[in-house]
Design a protein around this ligand. Structure first.
Ligand code: SF4
Length: 500
């Protein structure tokens, strides 16, 4: 088995991560965002190959797997020839393998270009390049330059993709030179760790990013009771870690920890430790609900974030809304109406969705969203793209009210919320036994990440798959706004108002 540059960067991030990925890959939890990141990385990598013009790519597969010996051999041939740029140029020294994204021929040597789909640099990228430089030099290649290529998020797509503007290229020779001396020593330590069948003794810490970010979070915190300090509502991760390292991680221990107490967290701890009735503040709820005047429009968007902009006027990673669901209550006790929009696969959704919003939502009505920052942001962006619709779209945005407010203020809490006020937590907490409100019972699309992956995938689907995916997307988004209607009704009931 080869040691790869991803193993090296895993080691630099967290030796436990490297060890688990080799010895216990099955204990990690996959998620839709990781899948999306991998797809974006591959798309950006393919695009970057043409950055310098002509290139050769040495990637080859055998029996469905990378043919590493074949790639190494082909790289040797291209180096001996006159290829100006070799993509995925492959090298191996004593089991240390690396494939360079772009290896560029220069007077007197070669330059390494590492391509990243992110919009900023990162210390781990430098370690990655240092590893590549180390392997190439061990193989006898003269490395004269090291560069990082990442996405420039100020680039605005005008209809013709300009790779020179899409990518920002920075010379990282100095930073890589600082990292290079530690490569050999790190490799020795990493090799010993991997050879050991016993897990390294490494605890969760700053390297984890934040709770649940790493795929092994659940595994690495399996010794902790549930809930624990990492479940506290809206607390800095550094603060959670400080408490954890002091041994203060059970909710019992946290009851006397003044530094974490606030209205929500105190309630969260109390409800977790003691059987209590749900907490309502009817007066506050009434004050909030009285500001929501009929007709009520419950709105939710789904969006994609293409790393490489596809639609004129947009930037890399712009949030592109492609779908919305809208439940409407015209008056007290009125019939619940539903409208929806889902863009056609492979089309620019921006103008059609902006027009549909103006058609479906009149000016000056109360629009309800859950975490309104997202919906308002999309509405304002659409107004910026289409000045002729701006007045209407901005009017909608100005009238958006946020259904999360009562939860964030502690006016409605029950134990099952567990300190999370996302609609996906609040809904089952309020309606634990209603299968029609259970996202798990949906087919195909169960969360925003899956919706985000589905829309671009629709471009490649057969008519049958497309019809199925459209149906699933519509059902999913519809549940988001239906959930908001049910949450609003629950708030009304808690406030002492009559519900239908
Ligand atoms: S959860 Fe943290 S400690 Fe565990 S593997 Fe991931 S980064 Fe390392």
């Amino acid at each position: 088995m080869y040691f790869s540059k991803s193993k090296y960067t895993d080691f630099c991030q967290c030796p436990m991560l490297m060890w688990l990925r080799q010895h216990k890959p099955g204990v990690g939890t996959a998620n839709a965002s990781a899948e999306a990141r991998a797809r974006i990385g591959s798309e950006v990598g393919d695009l970057a190959m043409g950055y310098f013009g002509d290139y050769v790519e040495v990637t080859s597969c055998r029996d469905g797997k990378l043919d590493i010996p074949g790639m190494i051999e082909r790289t040797r041939e291209e180096i001996a020839g006159n290829a100006p740029v070799i993509c995925e140029a492959s090298f191996c020294h004593e089991g240390l393998f690396c494939a360079v994204d772009l290896l560029c021929r220069e007077a007197g040597g070669w330059s390494i270009y590492e391509v990243k789909s992110s919009t900023h640099d990162n210390a781990l990228y430098l370690s990655d390049i240092a590893y590549q430089k180390y392997v190439l030099e061990q193989c006898g290649l003269r490395v004269t330059g090291t560069y990082l290529m990442y996405i420039d998020n100020t680039y605005i797509f005008d209809g013709t993709l300009d790779l020179r503007k899409l990518f920002r290229v920075i010379d990282v020779a100095e930073q890589v030179a600082e990292k290079l001396p530690e490569v050999a020593q790190n490799l020795t330590i990493a090799g010993k760790l991997l050879a050991d069948a016993d897990e390294p003794d490494i605890r969760v810490d700053a390297q984890c990013g934040k709770p649940h970010e790493c795929e092994y979070w659940d595994y690495c915190t399996r010794h902790l009771p549930q809930p624990n300090v990492f479940d506290l509502y809206n607390l800095w991760f550094s603060k959670m870690l400080a408490l954890y390292h002091k041994g203060i991680y059970t909710f019992e221990a946290l009851t006397t920890e003044k530094s974490v107490q606030n209205v929500i967290r105190t309630m969260q701890i109390d409800h977790a430790l003691h059987e209590q009735e749900p907490h309502f503040e009817p007066e506050k709820l009434r004050e909030f609900l009285d500001t929501l005047t009929y007709p009520l429009y419950f709105l939710d968007f789904e969006s994609v974030q293409p790393a490489v902009p596809k639609y004129v006027g947009t930037k890399p990673y712009a949030q592109i809304p492609f779908q919305y669901s809208l439940h409407i209550l015209e008056h007290e006790g009125g019939e619940l109406l539903h409208k929806e929009f889902l863009a056609e696969a492979g089309t620019d959704p921006l103008r059609p969705i902006a027009e549909a919003l103006c058609r479906d939502i009149p000016k000056d009505v109360t629009v309800l969203a859950y975490n309104k920052g997202f919906e308002c942001g999309r509405l304002r962006e659409l107004a910026g793209y289409f000045p002729d619709l701006a007045e209407h779209l901005l009017n909608i945005s100005e009238n958006v009210r946020d259904l999360v407010v009562p939860f964030r203020n502690g006016w409605y809490y029950n134990k099952r919320m567990g300190g999370s006020f996302s609609i996906k937590s609040v809904l089952p907490a309020i309606f634990p036994d209603d299968p029609s409100l259970d996202y798990h019972n949906l087919e195909g699309i169960h969360n925003g990440g899956e919706a985000m992956n589905a829309f671009p995938a629709m471009e490649q689907m057969s008519p049958e798959e497309l019809a199925e995916t459209r149906k699933n997307l519509l059902k999913y988004c519809e549940l988001d706004t239906y959930a908001m209607v049910k949450v609003w009704e629950a708030l009304k009931a808690a406030a002492g108002y009559e519900t239908a």
